[in-house]
Design a protein around this ligand. Sequence first.
Ligand SMILES: Cc1cc2nc3c(=O)[nH]c(=O)nc-3n(C[C@H](O)[C@H](O)[C@H](O)COP(=O)(O)OP(=O)(O)OC[C@H]3O[C@@H](n4cnc5c(N)ncnc54)[C@H](O)[C@@H]3O)c2cc1C
Length: 377
Amino acid sequence: MSLRIGIAGGSVGGLFAAVLLARQGHQVTVMERARHGLARRGAGLVVQEQVERILRMVGLPRVAETGVWANERIVLDLRGHVATRERRPQMQMSWDLLYDGFRQLLPDSLYLTGATVNDIEPSDRHVNVTLADGRRFEFDLLIGADGQGSIVRSIVNGEAAKIIRPDYVGYAAWRGLVAENAMPRQAADLLFERFAFHFAEGEQALGYLVPGPDGQTAMGERRYNWVWYRQLPAEQLRELLSDAQRTGALSLGPGELPPAVSEALVADAQTQLPPPFAAAVAAEAQPFVQPIYDYESPRMVNRRVVLLGDAAFVARPHTAMGVAKAAGDAMALANALVGRPLDEALAAYEQARLSQGRAIVDYGRRLGQSLSMPVTP
Ligand SMILES: Cc1cc2nc3c(=O)[nH]c(=O)nc-3n(C[C@H](O)[C@H](O)[C@H](O)COP(=O)(O)OP(=O)(O)OC[C@H]3O[C@@H](n4cnc5c(N)ncnc54)[C@H](O)[C@@H]3O)c2cc1C
C-alpha cells in the first residue's frame, strides 16, 4: 500500500528516509525549514558501515570513497611539540556530497524549502501538519527528522504543549572551518594530513582536514576543521544565546557569535592552546559554537508519528555516529514497512532502533566523561 508520508526536516536523516521510502512507492513530502536547502553547509564525517551501506543501496558508493586522508594521529603539548604519534590512516568524507547526492535523487517537487513545521495534530489514522506559512497537509505517517531541537519529539512523547529540549552537559565545542590556503604555513606543515589533538584538564582540542564546500579533495581546496571543547556553565551559555538574540536556539552558527566573544576566544587560544591550534583559531573569521547535549527519547513511535536521527537520540560528537545513526534508522524504518500492516511495522521499527539509540548516547557520555583523555573523534 502506498502511504502519504510527511518528513519534517530535510537534512541527511530526512533525505535518507525520503529516498528509500519513495523507492518503495510511497508518496513522500520533505518539509525543510531552511529557505534555500542545506547545500555547502556541512564539513566532514568518518565513514561508518551504515553510511556505506545506504550509499550502496541508492547507487552512490563513490560518495563514501571520496574524501581526504589523515595519515597519522599526533598529540601536541602546549608548546606545540609532538608528544605522541601513531600511524592510523583515516578518511573524512564530505557531508556536502552526501547531502547533495541524496538531494538529487529526490525531485524538487517533493522537497519543500522554507517549510517550517509549526503544528501537528495526530489522530489514530492520520496526521495533520500545518507549516508556519499556513500551508496544511494530511499524511498517513509523519516522520520527525527535525534534529536535536525537534518539535515532533514532544508529540511522540505525549507532551504536545512544550518543546522537549535536549540536556546540556556543561561543555561546548568552539569550532572553525578554515580554507586551507588561509592557514599559516607553519601550522599547516604540522597539522595537515594528520589528526591532531591537545589535552588539558577538562578540555580537548582537535583538528583535521575535511573536503571543500563542494566536496573538493584536491590540495588547496580543502578546509581545516578545528574543534575546541571547553567547559561553559549553563548560565553563561544562556547569556551567550540571548546576547546573540537567539534565545531558544541550541547553538550559534558562523557569523552569529558576538564579536567580543570571538575576540576572547582568539585571545584565550594564544595562551591555552599549542601555537599551531592557536593559529588555526586566529585564522577563522567566523568561529561558531556547538554546545554539547544528550537526549534519549523514551519512545520513537506514537500512533502515526515516528522519530528518526537526532530528533530521537542526540549523542555527543565524540562518537562520530550522528549520520550513521540516522542512516541506520532510515534503513530500519524502510525495512519494517515492507509487507507488514503499518502499526506492526512501526512497532518493529521502534524495537529495532530504541536500544541502538540508547547505546550510542551512552557511549557518547562515556567518551565525554574522559574529556581530558584521548577520545576517538
Ligand atoms: C547544515 C548541517 C550541516 C551538518 N554538517 C555535519 C558534518 O559536517 N558532519 C557531521 O558529522 N554532521 C553534520 N551535521 C549533523 C548531522 O547531519 C546529524 O548529526 C545527523 O546526521 C542526524 O541528522 P538529522 O537529519 O537527524 O538531523 P540534522 O542534520 O540536525 O537535521 C535536522 C533538520 O531539520 C530541520 N528542521 C528543524 N526543525 C524543523 C521544523 N520545525 N520544520 C522543518 N524543518 C525543521 C533543520 O533545518 C535541519 O535541516 C550537520 C547538520 C546540519 C543541519
